[in-house]
Design a protein around this ligand. Structure first.
Ligand SMILES: NC(=O)c1ccc[n+]([C@@H]2O[C@H](COP(=O)([O-])OP(=O)(O)OC[C@H]3O[C@@H](n4cnc5c(N)ncnc54)[C@H](O)[C@@H]3O)[C@@H](O)[C@H]2O)c1
Length: 427
């Protein structure tokens, strides 16, 4: 990655000093040769060296003294237990910090390596502060600028990034780093450091998930006599629900009359046909884990009653079948909690058909818990669970005069009065 960004930033007109402890790589770069096989790279490095904009060295001191920004691209491999090894990051920060001790001007240290949230705070800043004797923010600035290039198309990806994300504490540092990307297309995002550290993990987890998903649908299709390539081709035509931001907002569990049933059916078919589908089996387990985090939080709350605003499986419907909020209510009642409910779309007299049967089987006492209005619901309540996206929450909560804990399961940008504290299962 260091070699690729050296070549690409130099073509943008910047002067780059590559630093590596590996003498062979330093020699290769100085000879205008690529240390790795990557389309376009050797040609670009050669041009950069010939133009005097690219050089390489093992000498940290001259490189840091003669530059304004250090970009750290060292490896962040796995330890035997899978956890991240920050040894190289720590070492390189110590090396930079030692030089910063004698550098009069402010320097910016930007991490390009992939590192878990907390690594800048827990490893990078302490290593730099200890060795430089300077304070973060004053003598130097830090940040993370995750890299999204892929091997074999790295140069193309550099000039066509899906987005550029720069996580810094200072806005000036952000602008300074952003200038390096002048002329590069795609959204430019300034994020806080911990968010920027996490973005690359969200990306890579999702990319791995997509591959595994396509392969599981492929194995299930094959076992069930469908054409996997056609299934996924048709799947990918749907840019409204499938390949889109829909369903990608952290919130509460999935539920309703379709998703749980259909996932159970695919997983059961896999078991019956001897096809392993651990992802399809695991999706429900992950949903349960998410449910448990909200349930445990509510169990720990001493205050009662717990008011639940909106409990149909989604806003604008009265469908209660496999509503995760109904399950939450059921478990809270079983645990002996006092619960009060209101959903403007659900009144016991109006429940009919499969919906009514579901409630009779799963929550026969539901009707006794339902109150007739939002005012009745919040009267004296110390905890309110916003269970689906009904607009009431948005108008009600900013006006509430008494102290209340809001458990926001919809993550709908809820605003509250200053007396309310918001808890979400995943934010
Ligand atoms: N390879 C990719 O396509 C890619 C893409 C995006 C992000 N990343 C991330 O970038 C980071 C680097 O990946 P990579 O594939 O380029 O790793 P790499 O192992 O190929 O390169 C790391 C380089 O750092 C050098 N190095 C190690 N310690 C040093 C030190 N103290 N001083 C100077 N040089 C030192 C090594 O000699 C090596 O040349 C990782 O965190 C990786 O996850 C990689």
């Amino acid at each position: 990655m260091g070699a690729v960004i050296t070549a690409c930033f130099s073509r943008q007109g910047h002067t780059i000093i590559g630093v590596d402890t590996d003498a062979f790589k330093v020699g290769q770069i100085n000879a205008g040769k690529s240390p790795i096989i990557e389309p376009e790279l050797e040609k670009m490095l050669g041009e950069g060296v010939a133009a005097g904009r690219v050089s390489a060295t093992s000498d940290f001191k001259s490189a840091v003294l003669d530059s304004e920004i250090s970009m750290i691209c060292v490896g962040t491999p796995s330890k035997p237990d899978g956890s991240i090894d920050l040894t190289y990051i720590r070492r390189v920060c110590e090396n930079i910090g030692e030089v910063l001790r004698d550098k009069p001007s402010r320097h910016i240290v930007i991490i390009r390596s992939t590192m878990l949230p907390g690594s800048i705070e827990g490893t990078v800043i302490p290593a730099l502060e200890k060795t430089s004797g300077k304070k973060n923010g004053l003598g130097f600035g830090v940040g993370i600028n995750p890299e999204f290039l892929r091997e074999s198309t790295a140069v193309h990806d550099f000039y066509n990034p899906p987005k550029t994300v720069i996580g810094t504490e200072s806005v000036e540092d952000f602008h300074k780093v952003a200038e390096l990307y002048d002329g590069i297309p795609g959204p430019m995002v300034h994020a806080n450091v911990r968010t920027a550290e996490m973005v690359k993990y969200a990306d890579n987890c999702f990319h791995a998930l997509k591959i595994v998903f396509a392969n599981e649908i492929g194995r299930a299709s094959k076992a069930l006599g469908s054409n996997a390539d056609e299934v996924m081709r048709i799947f990918s035509l749907d840019t409204k629900l499938n390949l889109s931001p829909v369903y990608l907002k952290p919130g509460f569990c999935y539920g309703g009359s379709c998703l749980p049933k259909d996932l159970r059916a695919i997983a059961a078919a896999g078991r019956a046909l001897g096809v392993e589908l651990p992802l399809m089996e695991g999706i429900g387990l992950s949903n349960d884990a998410h449910f448990n985090s909200a349930f445990r939080y509510l169990l720990e709350q001493k205050e009662e009653p717990i008011a639940v605003l909106g409990f149909a499986f989604k806003a604008g419907t009265d469908d209660l079948r496999e509503s995760p909020v109904v399950k939450l209510i059921e478990e809270l009642v079983k645990a002996g909690k006092q619960v009060r409910l209101y959903d403007r779309n659900v009144s016991p007299e109006r429940l009919i058909g499969a919906n009514k049967k579901f409630i009779e089987a799963h929550l026969p006492h539901l009707s006794h818990l339902i109150v007739g209005s939002v005012d009745e619901l919040v009267e004296g309540a110390k905890v309110i669970v916003v269970g689906n996206g009904n607009d009431e929450a948005r108008t009600l909560l900013p006006q509430l005069g008494h102290e209340i804990k809001v458990v926001d399961l919809v993550s709908g940008g809820i605003k509250t009065s200053t007396k309310a504290a918001i808890w979400r299962p995943c934010a």
